[in-house]
Design a binder for this molecule. Structure first.
Ligand code: HEC
Length: 174
């Protein structure tokens, strides 16, 4: 048999499934024991699937709804006591999230706040903010307000209450 004939024969033989030579390392990966998605025998750790803590304030779709939902939030009770710890945490969150617009003194004169042309960030010392209930402030932090961003993904509910405790203790009376 000529060399080219032998090569041709080898190519043909190894291409025919039943005839191909099986080497140990040929074993198909499909033959390995495998677990399909959601078939895992490993139980999830307790607490890894959240069953509570979802947002309960529905999304307003227009200004009218926004005011209505803010009114409806007025009675929400602040579950976080205004302890020194909570106020300290609130200050940290305020410095990171709010100071750029509302300024260190809450006057709406943060570096970004000064760039606002139409409506400046409100002065948090004013009665307009201080006379609102904690629940109304919670609504604003959760859903935002026109040009003010919302914080429902950046701050957990208890962190938002910390910020509110800080707004009450730091601004207004001074
Ligand atoms: C990007 C700038 C910006 C940031 C950041 C920002 N605000 Fe504001 N905030 C505004 C502006 C602008 C308004 C006025 C909105 C309007 O009425 O049009 C406002 C309004 C408010 C009001 C009054 C809402 C109302 O009408 O009752 C409160 C309270 C407030 N901000 C608190 C906060 C707090 C607390 C944070 C941080 C968690 C924060 N803001 C972050 C720009 C900002």
């Amino acid at each position: 048999m000529k060399r080219w004939q032998l090569t041709l024969l080898l190519v043909i033989v190894s291409g025919v499934p039943g005839l191909s030579i099986a080497f140990p390392w040929d074993k198909d990966m499909v033959d390995q024991p495998s677990e399909k998605p959601q078939e895992s025998e490993a139980p999830p750790d307790p607490g890894s699937v959240p069953v509570s803590g979802g947002e309960s304030l529905p999304l307003p779709l227009n200004d009218e709804q926004s005011f209505a939902r803010k009114d409806a939030s007025a009675d929400l009770v602040n579950p976080v006591a205004a302890s020194a710890d909570s106020i300290r945490r609130g200050q940290e969150f305020y410095d990171v999230n709010c100071l750029v617009c509302h300024g260190a003194g809450g006057k709406g004169d943060g570096p970004v706040g000064l760039k606002f042309v139409e409506k400046a960030p409100v002065d948090l010392n004013d009665a307009y903010t201080q006379d609102q209930t904690d629940g109304e402030l919670f609504f604003t932090l959760t859903r935002g307000r026109v040009k003010m961003p919302f914080y429902r993904d950046a701050l957990s509910p208890s962190e938002r209450w910390d910020v509110i405790n800080y707004l009450r203790s730091e601004f207004g009376s001074k």
